[in-house]
Design a protein. Structure first.
Length: 170
């Protein structure tokens, strides 16, 4: 059964699989699977040439303490960048998304993964996320209906709305 995500505020089938290192595996020793794979940053850094030669579509998984500066020159390789939220109260992923979109002008899919709940979607979209893998078996249809309409408008400028409210009002 294929997993479902929210992409561009609609339900979508997720063709991507995330590579997870098992106990005792290292980035250098893990078997690289075929298909649409989201690679952890450590695997990408250790085996970039091999991944590029074997995969047409590449995804990257960033954790909260991963440095974007380390892969800024590689962004064109990635169809999707997944940003992990280990806990819903961990806000580092918001900063990562904002940096990717505003400073580094990343244009591919930016996906929130991990402890993602529907009440975060409005804020995640404002910093540049356009895809969301909800935690567990949460209802994606409900999340779309409730998550993006938390507020009617926002006063501040953001990635999704570069003009602040007072400029749009004029």
């Amino acid at each position: 059964m294929m997993a479902h995500i929210i992409k561009n505020q609609a339900v979508a089938v997720d063709p991507w699989k995330t590579l997870e290192l098992a106990e005792g595996e290292t980035p250098e020793s893990v078997v690289l699977p075929a298909g649409d794979i989201i690679f952890p940053l450590a695997v990408w850094q250790a085996r970039k040439a091999e991944i590029v030669s074997c995969h047409k579509r590449i995804g990257l998984l960033l954790k909260g303490d991963d440095r974007i500066e380390d892969i800024a020159g590689d962004l064109d390789y990635f169809i999707v960048i997944a940003v992990d939220f280990p806990k819903f109260v961990d806000g580092r992923g918001y900063s990562t998304a904002s940096l990717l979109r505003q400073r580094y002008h990343y244009q591919g899919e930016l996906r929130a993964v991990g402890d993602v709940l529907h009440d975060q979607l409005f804020f995640m979209r404002r910093v540049g996320f356009d895809a969301y893998a909800l935690k567990g078996e949460k209802d994606v249809v409900y999340a779309i209906a409730a998550g993006f309409t938390t507020f009617g408008d926002a006063y501040q400028a953001s990635t999704s709305q570069p003009q602040p409210h007072f400029r749009r009002r004029a």
